[in-house]
Design a binder for this molecule. Structure first.
Ligand code: PLP
Length: 223
């Protein structure tokens, strides 16, 4: 019998809940990409998920991801790697070479650096603009008021933005923030939404997430 506390069993449980939330909202479960957030977890913990069929993974630090994923990605070419943490402009080249999606574009100077890195590498990661949806002083992401200007800047330099990403304030009901992010995306004609983590990925799915970022529910608590 399958133990319920293996990585593969946790993956199956998350997929099941995600599917149920999608169907409840009249959406196809395949329309939502489950990103396994593997930050702080070692390759030995990641491998069982790859072997269970998981292909999308997320990290929040360029350097940590480089160390961990160079070999893993070479051995498992179907893996798609997402950067979900803040990015310094001087790491844009490294990020564009390693990641298939970047969820933390939040300022014009970073847009410029990414555009340059993309042209140089001829690699085109899917880009999300991170919005500071709860207007929290310490949080990453562009202010809601600055979003139109940032998107216009990206259009001006021919940098394709696929969607919006947010991390709502901790310990509050996330639904209103997800709904606001979905509205902002609609207003700007963007169709991808990166929202929802271990505690609220079902809510995010019902409110239109096209990718959810789940760490703890798959890997257990981080050290
Ligand atoms: C760590 C992290 C996650 C995953 O959070 P869990 O609560 O462990 O699922 C999702 N998104 C971002 C941006 C993160 O940094």
């Amino acid at each position: 019998m399958l133990s319920t506390d293996t990585p593969a069993a946790r993956l199956a449980a998350v997929r099941e809940k995600l599917g149920r939330a999608a169907r409840a909202a009249g959406r196809a479960p395949e329309a939502i990409e489950l990103i396994a957030i593997s930050k702080t977890h070692a390759a030995e913990e990641i491998l069982p998920l790859i072997e269970a069929g998981q292909t999308s993974f997320g990290e929040n630090r360029v350097q940590e991801a480089q160390g961990k994923w160079r070999d893993l990605k070479a051995a498992h070419p179907a893996v798609r790697l997402h950067l979900v943490g803040q990015l310094q402009s001087n790491k844009a080249d490294d990020a564009v070479l390693l990641f298939d999606a970047i969820h933390s574009l939040d300022r014009p100077s970073l847009a410029d650096a990414l555009a340059k890195a993309i042209a140089k590498a001829d690699r085109h990661p899917v880009l999300f603009v991170q919005v500071n949806i709860g207007e929290e002083a310490q949080k990453g992401g562009c202010a809601i008021a600055d979003l139109p200007g940032l998107l216009a800047h990206c259009r001006g330099i021919d940098l394709a933005v696929a969607g919006l990403m947010c991390v709502p304030p901790a310990d509050t009901e996330a639904a209103p923030y997800f709904a606001l992010l979905a509205k902002l995306a609609r207003d700007h004609g963007l169709d991808q939404l990166s929202m929802g983590m271990s505690g609220d990925y079902e809510t995010a799915t019902m409110l239109g997430a096209t990718c959810v970022r789940v760490g703890t529910a798959l890997f257990g608590a981080r050290p």
